[in-house]
Design a protein around this ligand. Structure first.
Ligand code: NAP
Length: 285
């Protein structure tokens, strides 16, 4: 059985962060202002605390200043919206990341919409979803954006291909499908109500797994030569794809970890520099 080539997200993310770092340094030198990302965390969920810390570490590596706002778990929607509106209006902040999920008592959509579209470097607002969907300039949702970068890096042109996206969350499944559609793939979305997931996956030239169910997708359903992108991350460093069986049939596959994950943060940093460059009047940097 042939073995798929690995899509190395760690290597591409390193390159992307290095590039973002050079642009951040150039911008800082020319304007006297370093790009600044504000991170907002509600409560103390350990996974969220870790993700925010990873994003702040990334900022440090790329010469991006980060400002962190921690709010208590009992924060109301109105208070969170107020915080995000204040950051949106603050000229010292160029990008805003609201770590999610926020508590269930909070209206997450209202919170996202309080982020100014020009600072929405995590690509979570309606405005960003619209520009993504129309293939217009704007900020992409970071994990989907990172996935598209991986496809480009490995020479996978989605045009004319059948792409099957498993999962339809607002931050991952839906936007990655729209980005693939904007690049002329024929896109099928699958979700928990899809009656025969295996049959849908068997049709795919490109499979994007974005579910959060360990090893849900097995190699027996992978079309020989397909490209397999596993965005899932489950306990024990396990993806949504059964890696060993899928790698025996795919032409390209992302490992977990070290595939999609690192590209998410790299995309966030890159978009923070883009946002700062636009706000500081040097959009070409
Ligand atoms: P989510 O909001 O829970 O969405 C999961 C999606 O999977 C839903 O659309 C759900 O369908 C669908 N689904 C659930 N069970 C299914 C099944 N048996 N068959 C087909 N579809 C099924 O999750 P998410 O936030 O998109 O995250 C998905 C995965 O990606 C998680 O493992 C998460 O950790 C990972 N992730 C990774 C990164 C990264 O940076 N690498 C970033 C974000 C997320 P319904 O809509 O019908 O409920």
């Amino acid at each position: 059985m042939s073995q798929a080539r690995l899509m190395n997200g760690n290597a591409l993310a390193r390159q992307t962060v290095e590039q973002a770092g050079k642009r951040a340094a150039d911008l800082t030198e020319r304007t006297g202002t370093a790009p600044c990302l504000a991170t907002v965390l509600v409560g103390e969920d350990p996974a969220s605390v870790t993700y925010v810390r990873m994003k702040q570490n990334g900022c440090r590596k790329a010469g991006i200043t980060s400002r962190h706002v921690t709010l208590p778990a009992a924060t109301t929607t109105e208070e969170l919206v107020g915080t995000l509106e204040a950051l949106s209006a603050d000229p010292g902040v160029h990008g805003i990341l609201l770590q999610h999920p926020v508590g269930e008592h909070i209206d997450e959509r209202a919170a996202f919409e309080a982020i100014a579209p020009g600072k929405d470097v995590d690509g979570v607002t309606f405005a960003s979803f619209a520009t993504m969907s129309f293939g217009l300039p704007g900020f992409v949702s970071c994990t989907p954006g990172g996935i598209m970068r991986l496809l480009d890096e490995y020479g996978v042109d989605p045009a004319g291909k059948r792409a099957v996206v498993v999962g339809r969350s607002a931050i991952l499944g839906k936007p990655v499908g729209m980005l693939l559609l904007a690049r002329n793939a024929t896109v099928t979305y699958c979700h928990s109500r899809t009656p025969d997931l295996s049959a849908a996956v068997r049709e795919a030239d490109i499979v994007v797994a974005a579910v959060g169910r360990p090893r849900l997708i097995h190699g027996r359903d992978i079309k020989p030569g397909a490209v397999v992108i596993d965005a899932g991350y489950n306990a024990g460093n396990v993806g949504d794809v059964d890696f060993d069986s899928a790698a025996g049939r795919a032409s390209l596959i992302t490992p977990v970890p070290g595939g999609v994950g690192p590209m998410t943060i790299a995309t966030l940093l890159e978009q923070t520099v883009d946002a700062a460059a636009r706000q500081l009047g040097l959009p070409g940097v």
